[in-house]
Design a protein around this ligand. Sequence first.
Ligand SMILES: [Zn+2]
Ligand SMILES: [Zn+2]
Length: 478
Amino acid sequence: MEEKQIRFTFGNGANVGDPFCLLIESQAANIMVDCGLGHGSDEDGNGKSVSPPLLAKLNGTPVHGVLATHGHLDHVGDLPHLAEKNCGNVYMSKPTRDFAKMHWFDSMRIAIRKWCADQGISVKQFFEQIIGQSVQAKNYWKEIYLIAEEVGVKLPFSNSDIDLVGMKTKIARAGEEFMVKKAIIKPVNAGHILGALGYKVNIMGRRIFVSGDFSMKETSYGLFPPLDPQAIGPVDVLVVNATYAGARLESLASEKIRFLADVEEATDRGRSVLIPVFSIDRATKVYSVLREKGLEKYVRIAGQAQSGFRIYHNYTQAFWGVDRCCFCDPREEKDLLVSRLTDHEPAIYLVTSGMMMEETISHTFAKRLIPSDDALIAAVGYMAPDTPGRKLLDAAEAGEKRIQWNGSGIPLRAGVKSYQFSAHARSREIAELIKALEPKYVVFPHSETDRVNKFIQEYSGLPGEKIIPENGKPIIFK
Ligand SMILES: [Zn+2]
Ligand SMILES: [Zn+2]
């Protein structure tokens, strides 16, 4: 590295949906921001061992510190991989640490489940083979992680990698500065989800702000502070996650009104409403919105969404009493679901997975509800191409009368609607941030090139030279 040079490399995450990872190199310090895992099935990841291309490079490049922005899989999912390499402390907020742990163990569980399915045995049988007696599988996951690889399961990382990140983790708090080698780092609240931080990095006299996924006032729902440009001040380089730049999105306020009207109409008529949710943030956000209208009395929560509620409640105390909405036995609930449909008793199911992946509760429930006139399926989150959730939305929009679901054709009679509850800043907010920070350079990762170009045209008066990064291609600031 030449003196004074700062080099940015996006290992992944130049595009939306890719796992995010940014390496900032300079003579003063090498800093990594996030290290995500590829998604493909909700936030659960695909259990595969996915290493960002940067990892290979890292074999020679020391990373003096890692700044984790927030607890989504595409930002923290692969940190255990990174920590075992030549790597210093890993900084993150407390909620991010909780969410990250949830993802890491999830990724391992998914890998084991998948391996069992490939071998044609149940998870219970697998546990019994290893432990040598009949056991309650849920009590033995920790032991299984330790020995799974010995019997041939390919885990995304090991139990000890997770322990290692734990040991290297330092808690970051908004406003409390710290040093990574010769760089001064200031964490800033980023909105988006509970515990999300952006980082202001002061390195060799240059001020850099990396937003991470963020949201400002317009997209916030009051449980945690949105990103406030005043906490950052002017910068030289702004890296702004531009997920929905250039997209046509309704405001959260107007989407809320439309959503509540539809759900209330459905429950008034004794219908069942299925809301597939992501476990982190979306479930709590939708619940908070339903509570504004007193509709929470109909809510039933299952799957990973319950863990999301627990963590949110720990930090915000905003979900007292939500326990009575949680159910543990999806089979029992499925029977209840059928009886409710026939008895016209209203119910609202907040269940994972958010994209209705096979073998999840939302997928199973949908199979019962899709053929019913008395059901509303309300999509509140992003559905990736080729996921069952996306196929359902497309079929409904095309007015199709049947759909292939879990291998068989079923009638499509339920109402299917979708609402924009995104936790990402809208175009207007992205523009507002750029304007406020007066950067010399603006880098737009985590989005789609066409839309970012549209955004740049639309907001042509914004300061700074605009850069759309490519995966693995360094950007050098002299
Ligand atoms: Zn995110
Ligand atoms: Zn993201």
